[in-house]
Design a protein around this ligand. Structure first.
Ligand SMILES: *Cc1c(COP(=O)(O)O)cnc(C)c1O
Length: 238
């Protein structure tokens, strides 16, 4: 087995075990492979091992890989999971399938306006700041329902759910409690009549706690691809 195939097997085993101990069906959690800093051949190898959904943080780097893997475009789903600046919305609207980091109406409006007519609606999640970190991206828990209503009304977006990146907590229960704050926002928006189906939360280090809290999509990088070089993005290495 290749390294990516072995890692994938381990990650799937972890997700299945976490779902089982939460009494959730095994298929309830999708795996998004976070390929940031890894090059296009690494993504191709991951595809060959069975992965089809990839997450990128840096727009330029992601677009370079989408182009390098154009032959697989119909079979891959590309997710933009990093913070998004207004000047990058057009290329994201044109190239990606999903955006997880919506935290302002202005960004959502631009994405909706810029989504090409020939493509399906852009699938989006609102990023919610569940632990109140002042410098963090994400809409506040109390503001999320109003933002959800406004985003759900935009014609070229499909609002799918909530994304959260809580800080690391001291233990499993504390970590699950932080994820449960996102789950509560998700349920509150659903109670308003907006049909969300995606709770994007959990990464390599905390996916078990996220699955215990109801995650439907874990975003996993390191546990699949190995360690990343510290800090700086490797821009457009593809
Ligand atoms: C890098 C990143 C991940 C994956 O993190 P790992 O710890 O490598 O699994 C998930 N989500 C976002 C938003 C990220 O930036």
């Amino acid at each position: 087995m290749t390294m990516i195939a072995e890692n994938l097997h381990q990650v799937r085993t972890r997700i299945a075990a976490a779902a089982r101990s939460a009494g959730r069906p095994e298929g309830a959690v999708r795996l998004l492979a976070v390929s940031k800093t890894f090059d296009a051949p690494a993504v191709r190898a991951a595809f060959e091992a069975g992965l089809t959904a990839f997450g990128e943080n840096y727009v330029q780097e992601g677009v370079a890989k989408i182009e390098a893997l154009a032959d697989l475009r119909d079979r891959l789903e590309w997710h933009c999971i990093g913070p998004l600046q207004s000047n990058k919305t057009r290329v994201v609207a044109e190239q990606f399938d999903w955006v997880h980091g919506i935290d302002r109406l202005k960004i959502a409006q631009r994405l909706s306006e810029q989504r090409p007519a020939g493509l399906p609606p852009l699938q989006v999640c609102l990023q919610v700041n569940v632990d109140g970190g002042a410098n963090k991206s994400g809409v506040g828990v109390d503001e999320a329902p109003d933002l959800a209503r406004a985003v759900a009304a935009l014609p070229r977006l499909a609002l799918r759910g909530i994304m959260a990146i809580p800080e690391p907590a001291s233990d499993f229960d504390a970590q699950r409690e932080l994820f449960l704050r996102a789950t509560a926002v998700f349920e509150r928006i659903r109670a308003d009549g907006i049909a969300l189906d995606t709770l994007s939360m959990g990464m390599s280090a905390d996916l078990e706690a996220a699955v215990a809290a109801g995650s439907t999509m874990v975003r996993v990088g390191t546990a699949l691809f190995g360690g990343r070089p510290p800090k700086e993005p490797v821009a457009a290495r593809a």
